[in-house]
Design a protein around this ligand. Structure first.
Ligand SMILES: [Zn+2]
Length: 115
């Protein structure tokens, strides 16, 4: 999706601008995004006499651990695990693109060519 990151200092300004446009185009659709991670956790249900109170707990089950905001783990139903993975991957890609766009703009600023 996003081409290999070159050494920004070595690129001519025109190429920096082209690369920045390409990165912005890669970001594209912003709705299908999650920031956080998919983790697996076991659970003890708390029911009296359940095997989990003395033996191994239930699970593991998939949970979304959101990076910030709406604190706490959210259970991910099995049918939604693939979607959550896709959304998380998209979140990582968008963050990487934004970080590089910012790095390009820092370099453009250094060249007094911020536009
Ligand atoms: Zn139990």
């Amino acid at each position: 999706m996003i081409p290999h990151k070159p050494d920004l200092l070595l690129l001519p300004t025109r190429e920096l601008l082209t690369r920045r446009s390409g990165l912005a185009a890669c970001i594209g659709e912003l709705e299908l995004v999650l920031l956080g991670s998919l983790v697996e956790q076991t659970r003890r249900c708390g029911k009296e006499g359940c095997r989990c109170s003395t033996d191994r707990p239930h699970g593991p089950y998939p949970y979304l651990s959101p990076r910030r905001g709406n604190a706490g783990m959210r259970y991910v139903p099995t049918v939604m695990v693939d979607s959550v993975r896709t959304f998380l991957k998209r979140g990582e890609q968008i963050e990487a693109a934004l970080a590089e766009i910012s790095a390009i703009n820092v370099e453009l600023l250094a060249r007094r060519h911020l536009e």
